[in-house]
Structures are given as C-alpha cells and as structure tokens.
Unconditional design. Structure first.
Length: 100
C-alpha cells in the first residue's frame, strides 16, 4: 500500500493528518534503529520517498522525540561513512581492472 493510500486510510479511520505523520516518523525511526538500515531501504519498506524518510529522520523526529533523533542520527552517519568506503573500494577495483 502506498503512502497516499495509507494517509487516506488513516484519515478515514479517524487519525488526524498530523497524528498520521507523527506515527509514520516514529515507525520509520524505530525501524531504522532496530534494523540499522539505510534511508533508501527504509523508504522501500514504508512505501514513501527517500526525501520523506530523510525529512522524517532529520527534522521531524527532533520535535517528536529528541532522544530517538540522536540514536537515528548515529546510524545515518554510520551509513554515510560506509557509503564512502564502498565508493573507495569501487574506485580501487575499477582502477585495478584497467591496464595502463
């Protein structure tokens, strides 16, 4: 089910839009903390865009739960450093494959 449909269903079930967003933010943040996944992976699981997950995990969570914000920030930074290492490794493999 995509995010739009989930939002409409939440409204139909009596949840205010703000409450739906708050629930989504907490669900995404808890999922990232528990499973240590990337923003891209969380976006796929929850059926929302990477931009939405990024906004949820960097700014919206600060207003909802600052403690969780610190926890998820550590994981995001950890994932960014891993991403940089993957880039270095890929460049190294690519340069070793070339003959000069």
């Amino acid at each position: 089910m995509d995010a739009r449909r989930m939002s409409l269903n939440a409204i139909k079930e009596g949840l205010e839009k703000g409450k739906y967003i708050e629930n989504r933010v907490l669900n995404i943040v808890n999922y990232i903390i528990k499973n240590e996944v990337t923003i891209r992976e969380a976006a796929k699981v929850f059926g929302v865009s990477k931009s939405t997950v990024y906004l949820d995990t960097t700014s919206r969570i600060l207003e909802i739960n600052p403690q969780k914000a610190m926890e998820v920030e550590k994981i995001i930074l950890q994932n960014k450093s891993k991403r940089a290492m993957r880039g270095v490794k890929a460049r190294k493999i690519k340069s070793l494959g070339r003959t000069s």
